[in-house]
Design a binder for this molecule. Structure first.
Ligand code: COA
Length: 334
């Protein structure tokens, strides 16, 4: 007799976020480097960003976001099968930040590991979670994106220091049986390592152990080719968004809410123009948080839900881009 394998639907059953208390405004940055609130606002769309306190670690932000998402979902930490932390700024090389989170929230039986895909980390982690749940291996996955980029920014470099902020956001995913058509429809992830030097942080890795000299040369801080990154981000985000739709039989007009990675308002505007999607269908909170790297999409998702911008049955498209280069998209029926 032929057996049919019924694949699980994957639902986001809870979301949560946490941003550090300290606010760094464009006016504060004006006092640090040769820039202006006007330049930052018009070139990036940012007004302020959050900065972690000296005592806060990436796992601290992650744990707070995770607890909020767990509470929102109503699950017990002991039922979590897998914890994924998307981060490019982990507590340390190892153990993974996910292991620290696991211990702090008491998710006794879960496996835990980090995912490194820079600003596309959340979409990458969503894709990994999707495979584990769809295959039936795991049922409940806690996915957290947490970043403290402020520790790796050259605060004398005006072309990068205005862009990044710290924050964390989490989602609880669950595999559900049944014939309803909601949940994750598909995820797409891509990378192109030929452009690794567009956005990187070398210092401390095996190619560049930390020495007095490497620190004097600021190799422990983020380096970016802003203009080249901008252009390729627009192209790849547009393509990933289009592919998500066409491969699943949807049109741009079917989208209820686009949640793009919040790297630069002008990048979002250019992608929106390419796709021909109206502004009111795009969720943007970049003015408050800047680029929180992997955390930006789940932070926006959490905020969109709290603001009532997403209702049952809505078609949500997420699209991300980051160092690597990495990029991807996720299509979700809410
Ligand atoms: N304040 C004032 N002037 C600044 C500035 C700042 N904070 N940062 C750069 N400038 C200057 C540059 O020095 C340059 O001056 P010059 O013409 O005298 O040399 C001028 O502004 C234009 O620089 P350019 O790099 O061409 O500006 P831009 O319009 O590309 O904007 C970024 C710069 C960084 C905002 C933009 O390229 C960007 O957002 N890139 C993508 C970065 C990103 O999102 N990375 C993460 C991806 S996940």
């Amino acid at each position: 007799m032929k057996r049919y394998f019924q694949m699980k639907r994957i639902k986001i059953i809870g979301t949560g976020s946490y941003v550090p208390e300290k606010v760094l405004t464009n006016f504060d940055i004006e006092k640090m480097v040769d820039t202006s609130d006007e330049w930052i606002r018009t070139r990036t769309g940012m007004r302020e960003r959050r900065i972690a306190s000296e005592k806060e670690k990436t796992s601290d932000l992650a744990v707070k976001a995770a607890k909020n998402a767990i509470e929102d979902s109503g699950i017990k930490p002991e039922t979590i099968d897998l914890i994924l932390v998307a981060t490019a700024t982990p507590d340390m090389f190892f153990p993974s930040t996910a292991c620290f989170v696991q211990s702090a929230i008491g998710a006794k039986r879960s496996a835990a590991f980090d995912i490194s895909a820079a600003c596309a980390g959340y979409i990458y982690a969503l894709s990994v979670a999707e495979q584990f749940i769809r295959s039936g291996k795991y049922e409940t996955v806690l996915l957290i994106a947490s970043e403290i980029f402020s520790r790796y920014i050259d605060w004398t470099d005006r072309s990068t220091c205005v862009l990044f902020g710290d924050g964390a956001a989490a989602t609880v995913l669950k595999g559900i049986d049944g014939k309803k058509k909601d949940g994750i429809i598909s995820t797409l992830i891509y990378s192109d390592g030929r452009y690794a030097e567009f956005l990187y942080l070398r210092g401390g890795g095996s190619s560049c152990p930390l020495t007095h000299e490497s620190i004097d040369n600021k190799l422990h801080l983020l380096k970016m080719k802003g203009n080249s990154t901008f252009k390729i981000a627009v192209k790849n985000m547009t393509e990933a968004a289009r592919e998500s739709l066409t491969s699943n039989g949807y049109k741009v007009s079917d989208i209820d809410l686009l949640i793009p990675h919040q790297a630069n308002k002008r990048i979002i505007d250019a992608v929106a123009e390419n796709l021909d999607i109206p502004q009111e269908k795009i969720f943007i909170n970049i003015e408050k948080y800047g680029n929180t790297s992997a955390a930006s999409i789940p932070l926006a998702l959490d905020e969109a839900l709290r603001e009532g911008r997403i209702k049952e049955g809505d078609l949500i498209l997420m699209v991300a881009f980051g160092g690597g280069l990495t990029w991807g998209s996720a299509l979700i029926r809410w």
